[in-house]
Design a protein around this ligand. Structure first.
Ligand code: F6R
Length: 589
């Protein structure tokens, strides 16, 4: 996993490639490298470490050539080392290959490539040697790539360059994204458009199984049968400076600050599309949400809203488990896939399975033209702009906003829904201004604890789970979120003197029962942090939220928890944007 980029133009590509990789590094990486072609020779620099470190160690900035490929690696097969970093070269140093995905049959392929000299432990290296075998004199690189990939089982987005054909990049993909950007001075191919947005917003998507030949003069798309395809060009409606920190120390803080605006943008949808989706949901015999991580918690809120506002019961199946439930999916099922990236492998697999079973697919995604969007019958875009911090923040809020809008529309209350959620977005602005110092203090108070628990009831259970996920993934404090009523069925045994317990206890009909559960933890020494519009004697610390209707509490309670996680990461000395071992776009199962 990680990210790839290729660039070809009429001038040197090295710095353009490095900037593109810099935009992709948020996806998660532990090593980096680039390869370029100039004067009939291949130049390659790569190493373990973060991109900026590798740049210095390997002097990448100086690599000459008007065509090149780059890669940021997030290790799956083989340790983090220079030899395992991409690009990989063939035995004669003529071909360089960068790969995202997993080659399932790499052992078998490696065994069949007896005469070749392998330098890495990666599954990816077999690709360059396979291509080498097919790259006989007179055979163009694209032909060799196509032939080689016929032998490969698994997922890939692969880029290849050759010293014999300078000025040409060949790309191909299966189950991993590749998008082409056509600019004035440079043409690109990359895992996602954010890598080249500052040069061009004109894009075309490479289809599954297709091969692409990219040159300074344009791009050729070749389908699996060897026929040329002329894709539609589209425009990514994002500006590249949206993907910069704009004065913030970390992307995560910038993205949390963008939440109110992100909510308003998510609500700005074509009403006819929203009505159509709502009708489809109401009519379907069975509705199943599928998603991973934070997006799944949005689905849990959606399930509650659909039931509460429109009397429509739905289920939520986590995408990595979807396959095992597929016996119950049929043509009368509507599957709602939620994914910020639109590229999460488990969600893609679930959607594929559902399609095979004849289900209708609706999706909510942020990434324009992403795989999940293109596999869906209908898509609502979240429109929250690039989210660079690995931890999902503003995209979660956009997902919630869309779910609120849909639920209200299902209840024939579209205008009311939009107006009320817009109002809540302004309350969130007030809350963010008010709570900054308090949250920093609480983060400092809990910073040396090894565990933290989040309790809530009803619609806020999903927020307890999300608060815990945020805290653990970026601060590395173990955290669990649970319905408050579950506490006595096991977790209470772990509460001891000083254990932080965050109690999401808005003044709704769950208030008294939730506080009773908080009291049980307090009696065992817990340090109780209340998230409520009112201070209560039981709270050791209080996070003040705006008062709202019961169903809107998830929107006002979650932002302080995102901030608490952020401050906890920072006070513990961790970079909240790039938590260890995690990737933004989880393109492998
Ligand atoms: C947590 C987080 C992840 C993602 C999950 C799904 O902060 O960001 O749990 O929510 O990997 O990603 P998408 O929404 O891109 O499918």
């Amino acid at each position: 996993m990680g990210g790839i980029i290729g660039c070809v133009g009429n001038g040197p590509v090295c710095t353009v490639l490095l900037r593109g990789l810099n935009r992709l590094e948020y996806r998660g990486h532990d090593s980096a490298g680039i390869a370029t072609v100039s004067d009939g020779s291949l130049h390659c620099g790569k190493d373990a470490g973060r991109l900026d470190e590798v740049c210095v160690k390997q002097d990448l900035v100086g690599l000459p050539g008007n065509a090149g490929i780059g890669h940021v690696r997030w290790a799956t097969h083989g340790e983090v080392s220079r030899l395992n970093a991409h690009p990989h070269l063939d035995c004669h140093g003529e071909i360089a290959v960068a790969h995202n995905g997993i080659v399932d049959n790499h052992d078998e392929l490696r065994a069949g490539l007896g005469g070749h000299r392998f330098l890495s432990q990666t599954d990816s290296e077999v690709l360059v040697h396979l291509i080498e075998d097919h790259y006989q004199p007179g055979v163009p690189l694209e032909e060799a790539v196509m032939q080689a990939l016929q032998k490969v089982r698994g997922s890939y987005a692969v880029l290849a360059i050759s010293s014999r054909e300078p000025g040409k990049i060949v790309g191909s993909r299966r189950e991993c994204p590749l998008v082409v950007g056509l600019g004035k001075d440079y043409n690109f191919i990359a895992s996602e458009g954010v890598a080249f947005l500052e040069h061009t917003r004109t894009v075309a998507f490479v289809e599954d199984g297709e091969t692409l030949v990219l040159e300074a003069g344009g791009a050729r798309f070749i389908d699996e049968a060897g026929r040329e395809r002329y894709p539609e060009l589209s425009n990514i409606d994002w500006k590249w400076d949206q993907a910069t920190k704009q004065g913030y120390e970390y992307y995560m803080m910038k993205e949390i600050a963008e939440v109110p605006e992100a909510i308003r943008r998510a609500l700005d949808q074509d009403k006819a599309v929203v009505l159509d989706m709502a009708m489809n949901i109401l009519r379907a015999r069975q509705v199943v949400f599928t998603a991973c991580g934070t997006s799944r918690y949005a689905a849990l809120v959606g399930r509650y809203l659909f039931s509460k506002l429109a009397g429509k019961f739905c289920d939520v199946v986590m995408a990595s488990e979807f396959h095992y439930f597929s016996d119950s999916i049929d043509k009368n099922t509507l599957v709602i896939a939620i994914s910020q990236s639109g590229e999460t492998a488990d969600v893609i697999q679930g959607v594929k399975k559902a399609r095979e079973k004849g289900a209708t697919i609706l999706s909510m995604v942020n990434m324009y033209g992403s795989s999940i969007a293109r596999m869906s019958d209908r898509t609502i875009y979240l429109n929250c702009g690039p989210e660079i911090g690995v931890a999902a923040t503003k995209s979660f809020m956009s997902q919630l906003a869309v779910l609120y809008m849909l639920a209200f529309t299902m209840a024939n209350r579209y205008d009311e829904g939009v107006q009320k959620v817009t109002h809540v977005s302004t309350q969130i602005e007030t809350e963010m201004k008010r709570n900054g110092n308090r949250l920093q203090r609480i983060a400092a108070l809990i910073k040396d604890q090894h565990s933290c628990y989040f309790l809530a009831r009803g619609i806020n259970f999903a927020i307890a789970a999300e608060g815990a996920l945020k805290l653990k993934e970026i601060s590395y404090i173990h955290a669990e979120g649970m319905p408050a009523g579950e506490l006595k069925h096991g977790t209470l045994a772990l509460i001891e003197e000083g254990t932080p317990v965050v109690v999401i206890s808005p003044r709704d009909f769950t208030f008294n029962e939730t506080l009773a559960n908080a009291a049980e933890t307090k009696a065992r020494g817990a340090f109780v942090v209340g998230v409520s519009e009112e201070r209560h004697a039981i709270f050791d610390e209080w996070i003040e939220i705006e008062s709202s209707e019961e169903i809107f509490y998830p929107l006002v309670t979650v932002v302080p928890l995102q901030l608490l996680a952020y401050y906890s990461a920072v006070v513990r000395g961790h970079n909240p944007d790039q938590p260890r071992n995690l990737a933004k776009s989880v393109t492998v199962k």
